[in-house]
Design a protein around this ligand. Structure first.
Ligand code: LLP
Length: 441
């Protein structure tokens, strides 16, 4: 459900703030986040999985805005990081180091050293070579590095192929045969302590049995590890809980818990999870203004000021994002993106138009929505692209030398700018017109 973004009196609100107000004060395009949504979603996981003492480590990559990370840290969340930069961001936002986990197939020694120096909870190790490297770095510091082995359970998560990570052919995790060898290696190496096992099979998973199958596949291995005198405490089930991008999609968190909790409980381990999209996805919109309404050939292009550099998901995953006018007379109060959402073709009114909603970038792949029936819109109107809180701003770029949008956090009746809109100067920072220093070949 997504009631933090809802219509009242025929216009879109985020919590108690009409989003038009944000556009007037801050301009467009602008990301608008509901802080309450982030906190509520984290609490929903804690509640659903309470029997297995869950530690929710919010996946920083989904939305790494410092203001949001701070709100999450204050609400007791841990963090899942995949780079030194993400560890830094989490700590900068006030994370407890002992609640930060560090994953990734290509960690480098300086990143490991930094994370060790900060006292993070553990590294999710993805290869045999990485075991050697982490042990060496820990040895230099004369400490034991806490680790989990990321297992590749060879499970099809039934999602977009770019975001499937737990199949044998994917680069992630360690297959179960090699994982056995890793146990021997961990014993040989002096500076490692195996505290957990980790699986993350993919993202936007909407079938609970996918997670269940992953746990089942690794269970015999976990039983073996437990017999092998390792101080195992955690099963990290990764992220992946899917959300509704359109009515009927997604699955209540309780449905995942129902099938996963008994399995985790039987293993006698605490659950750690790394949700990204579930926390942030429906906690944000990208608000755009219509620049032109351009009929061309047989089509109607609605050209808005946001573009693929701001929100890449439709262009690279052909992802569906609800796009809807901010003002529509007659919409029932409470209308929102949810199971009974009226924001569908049928609500497009008496004079609907089939639009391609596109941005100003010089690529035909620059779009938010194709062939969508919407109420007729005109130049200057505001259009919201929903479900943009996850992998939106965090995947944005300056392509076409476009400044990245501002990010605004709404909390109840108030809103504040958590990241300034980038200026022209921001976009050329670090570049030079002439050499500061030249190097001989
Ligand atoms: N843990 C690990 C190790 C991950 O690689 C990821 C996401 C997560 C947790 C969080 O997954 P989530 O709960 O958000 O599904 N850019 C893509 C998604 C890439 C996901 C990468 N890994 C998209 O926009 O759909």
């Amino acid at each position: 459900m997504n009631e933090e973004f809802h219509y009242k009196g025929g216009e879109l609100y985020c919590e108690n703030v009409p989003v038009t107000r944000v556009a007037e004060r801050i301009g467009t395009p602008v990301y608008i986040y509901s802080q309450n949504h982030f906190i509520k979603q984290a609490n929903a996981i804690r509640e659903a999985f309470k029997e297995v003492e869950p530690l929710v480590c919010y996946s920083v990559k989904a939305n790494s805005n410092l203001g949001l990370l701070r709100a999450m840290a204050l609400a007791g969340a841990g963090f899942d990081a995949v780079s030194k930069g993400e560890v830094y961001r989490a700590l900068r936002a006030g994370a407890e180091p002992g609640k930060v986990v560090f994953a990734g197939v290509g960690k480098q020694a300086d990143e490991v050293d930094y994370a060790l120096s900060q006292g993070i909870l553990m590294f999710n190790v993805e290869s045999e070579s990485e075991l050697d490297m982490i042990s060496k770095v820990a040895g230099k510091r004369k400490v034991e590095a806490p680790i989990a082995l990321r297992l590749n359970p060879d499970v099809d998560p039934k999602t977009h192929k770019y975001i499937a990570t737990g199949k044998r052919e994917n680069k992630f995790g360690i297959d179960l045969e090699r994982a056995e060898k890793c146990l021997t290696r961990i014993k040989e190496l002096k500076n490692l302590r195996l505290r957990g096992l980790h699986i993350h099979i993919g993202s936007q998973i909407t079938q609970a049995d996918r997670h269940a199958e992953a746990i089942d596949k690794v269970t015999p291995f976990i039983e073996k590890v437990k017999k092998g005198d390792f101080p195992l405490e955690f099963l990290n089930v990764g992220g992946g809980f899917g959300i509704s991008y359109q009515p009927g999609e997604g699955l209540a968190i309780g449905e995942f818990a129902k099938i996963m909790v008994p399995k985790i409980k039987a293993l006698g381990l605490k659950m750690l999870s790394e949700p990204g999209r579930f926390i942030s996805g429906n906690g944000g919109i990208l608000l755009n203004r219509v620049i032109f309404d351009k009929p061309s050939g047989d089509k109607n292009f609605l050209i808005v000021d946001g573009a693929m550099n701001d929100l890449l998901r439709p262009s690279i995953y052909q992802a569906y994002h609800l796009s809807w006018p901010v003002k529509q007379a007659g919409l029932p109060d409470g209308a929102a993106l949810g199971d009974k959402s009226p924001l569908t073709d049928a609500a497009a009114g008496k004079d609907p138009v089939t639009y391609d909603v596109v941005g100003p970038i010089c690529e035909s792949g620059d779009y938010f929505a194709l062939g969508r029936k919407l109420p007729r819109m005109k130049e200057g109107d505001l259009l919201a692209v929903f479900s943009a809180g996850a992998y939106g701003f965090s995947m944005s770029s300056n392509y076409n030398t476009r400044g990245r949008p501002a990010e605004v956090i709404v909390n109840g009746n108030e809103f504040w700018v958590a990241r300034d809109r980038e200026t022209l100067e921001d976009q050329v920072r670090g570049e030079r017109l002439t050499p500061r220093e030249t190097f001989k070949a």
